[in-house]
Design a protein around this ligand. Structure first.
Ligand code: F6R
Length: 618
């Protein structure tokens, strides 16, 4: 949570930092701030609200936009409500040190009390203001340089952080450090300028060379010199490894769409194709997944698979459970990472843990991985963000290659996660001999058709928009599905809740009569996934039960369906495919539906209230 960015070099820092913050707003957007240094004094501007609100303050004031050094922050509040004072950057009591911070300092209260005894005063309620004053105190007491003072201060804090610190007395230098929250350093030609950010998106147009800090690392960034990286706890000097960025500017812009979410929904045919690339080899009748190939025995001898994830990724994990059990006959458990990490789970060396995460930075998922590794399990990651903490922490894994997902509501990340899980289940099923050869070939061909089918499905946008206009004023909605589509019902409900703030619940269709049916009346729309497969007749009966209680039915059906069409109020058709692959299609109309309802209700689709794209705190 929270985005941090900074610049030091010959250019005016203001536009770089402000544009960088806009790209990082997916990480938090309840307040924003910027500090510029023009060689004379600090210019601090901060406000509750979005980066656009910050721009309003600075726009007509040239003084606030001057300087070749700038640090900025976009916040998702943890300690202290979102207001101007609690916004970052924070300045130390001496007025010399400035900090931006992403994370939580858990023992801030104890440190604060100690600093107050020593005469420090605090303006804000934040843990960050405590940290910057602690650094000041250490610097004063030890008489050391800023880098050393930051390192010593961090050794006495408990918590998670990505920080950037500036000292007025050393205007050619910035100190950054990370533990649990990401930091990327963009490096200009001959070290003539540096860019710092929570991810590389703020500086992609300026440099392709970046250093990603690892946990427990601190970097001293000084103009004209190579970045120096040290391990925080033992002062070990580390060789900074410079990576070439693959990210392009087009990928992180809206490309003509009104919202990132809509763009990302429409990107799914390409995203799924990219997930397949080099892996789904239809001609060779083969699925190539290096992560599995290199650890084949681990998978083949696994007693069980435990999938850990949060939110939408957890829903993808549920689809994975159905796929892996059905195709590869491996017992699977799907766990909320937040529960798993604290409930003293039984984990053995014969367990395979699959951690799923779009961002690769989710704190609970990361902690679940660490726990599983400590207990000897083998951990496989399914991540979107290349080089993210989870990607690095796992033994091996598969990238989804969905491209940057910026809309807070996850869309293409979900379908590409399911794509990877399907490839894994098919591959393991074949290696274990639990899928007959003929079936395998059938699946491969059906998978190959999915991107075109998604493309075709996206053409129903106007029809879905119409349905959205009919139900946009509902206050409660039910989502039902069975089998592979039960998790899709959960995901459909989550999508609606998070961007339109309409209460929605997902249920396995047959569970309806054990409770939720009491909610049904003429005001309650139920979205039912009723494709023509295994449980079709049973779902049709559920639909009838709802209709006979005056409920409204919006059904997702297979092309050419007649039965449901006669009963439902509205139908949305999806192309024919194998039952196990239907989640890749049934998800699409539910995403569009949530999107249109949220737009019609005037909600901020890409930045829904109280949420952030990457949840790096507990
Ligand atoms: C919902 C959503 C969240 C994330 C969850 C996990 O649209 O985006 O529920 O799925 O916070 O995030 P990752 O996948 O980054 O670990």
């Amino acid at each position: 949570m929270c985005g941090i960015t900074a610049y030091i070099g010959p250019r005016n820092a203001y536009p770089i930092v402000i544009n960088g913050l806009k790209r990082l707003e997916y990480r938090g957007y309840d307040s924003a701030g910027i500090m510029l240094f023009d060689g004379q004094g600090l210019q601090l501007s901060k406000t509750k609200g979005k980066v656009s609100d910050l721009e309003e303050i600075t726009n007509n004031d040239e003084k606030r936009k001057n300087g070749n050094i700038g640090i900025g922050h976009t916040r998702w509040a943890t300690h202290g409500v979102p207001n101007d004072t609690n916004s970052h950057p924070h300045v130390s009591n001496s007025g010399e040190l400035v900090i931006v911070h992403n994370g939580i300092i858990e023992n801030y209260d104890t440190i604060k009390k100690e600093l107050i005894k020593r005469g420090y005063t605090f303006k804000s309620d934040t843990d960050t203001e405590v940290l910057v004053n602690l650094i000041q105190e250490v610097k004063k007491n030890e008489g050391c340089k800023l880098g050393k003072a930051v390192q010593l201060a961090l050794n006495s804090v408990i918590g998670a952080y990505a920080i950037a610190v500036f000292d007025k007395a050393k205007p050619d230098e910035l100190i950054v450090a990370r533990l649990g929250s990401p930091i990327a350093i963009g490096i200009g030609e001959n070290n003539s300028e540096f860019f710092i950010a929570s991810d590389a998106s703020p500086f992609v147009e300026y440099t392709k060379n970046a250093v990603y800090l690892e946990d427990e690392e601190l970097a001293i960034i000084k103009l004209g010199r190579e970045v120096r990286v040290r391990r925080i706890h033992n002062d070990e000097l580390i060789k900074a490894s410079v990576q070439k960025l693959q990210l392009s500017l087009e990928e992180i812009e809206k490309g003509g769409y009104d919202h990132f979410m809509l763009k990302e929904i429409h990107e799914q045919p390409k995203a799924i194709t990219d997930t397949f690339r080099g892996r789904l080899l239809v001609e060779q009748n083969f699925i190539k997944l290096l992560g599995i190939d290199s650890y084949r025995e681990k998978f083949l001898n696994a007693n069980r698979v435990i999938i850990v994830a949060c939110g939408t990724s957890w829903h993808a994990g549920l689809v994975g459970e159905y796929l892996l059990e059905d195709m590869a006959r491996i017992p699977v458990e799907v766990e909320y990472a937040s529960e798993f990490r604290y409930r003293n789970p039984v984990i053995t060396e014969n367990d395979v843990i699959i951690a799923i995460s779009q961002s690769g930075e989710t704190a609970d998922t990361l902690a679940a991985i660490k726990l599983a590794k400590e207990r000897g399990a083998f951990v496989y990651g399914i991540c979107n963000v290349v080089g993210s903490s989870i990607a690095r922490e796992t033994h091996t894994g598969t990238y989804t290659h969905a491209g940057p997902e910026i809309g807070v509501a996850s869309t293409k990340a979900f379908t590409t996660q399911i794509t990877v899980l399907t490839l894994m289940a098919l591959k393991l099923g074949r290696e274990k001999g639990t899928i007959p050869e003929k079936e395998f070939v059938k699946y491969l061909n059906a998978m190959d058709r999915i991107p075109q089918q998604v493309e075709k499905l996206l053409e129903i946008d106007e029809h879905v928009k119409y349905i959205a206009s009919v139900y946009k004023d509902a206050t409660n909605c039910l989502y039902l599905g069975r089998g592979f589509n039960f998790p899709v019902a959960l995901e459909g409900a989550l999508k609606l809740k998070e961007i339109s703030y309409i209460h929605a619940e997902g249920y396995p269709a047959a569970e309806m009569k054990h409770g939720p049916i009491a909610l049904i009346d003429e005001n309650m729309p139920t979205f039912v996934i009723a494709t023509k497969h295994g449980h079709y007749e049973k779902v049709v009966s559920n639909i009838q039960e709802i209709k006979s209680r005056s409920g409204k039915i919006i059904a997702i059906v297979t092309e050419g369906d007649i039965t449901v069409k006669e009963i439902a109020d509205h139908c949305i058709e999806i192309p024919e495919t194998e039952e196990a692959l239907t989640p890749l299609l049934t998800t699409i109309p539910l995403q569009l539906l949530s999107y249109h309802i949220a737009v019609m209700l005037g909600k901020n689709v890409d930045q829904p209230r109280n949420l952030a794209k990457s949840v790096t705190v507990e």
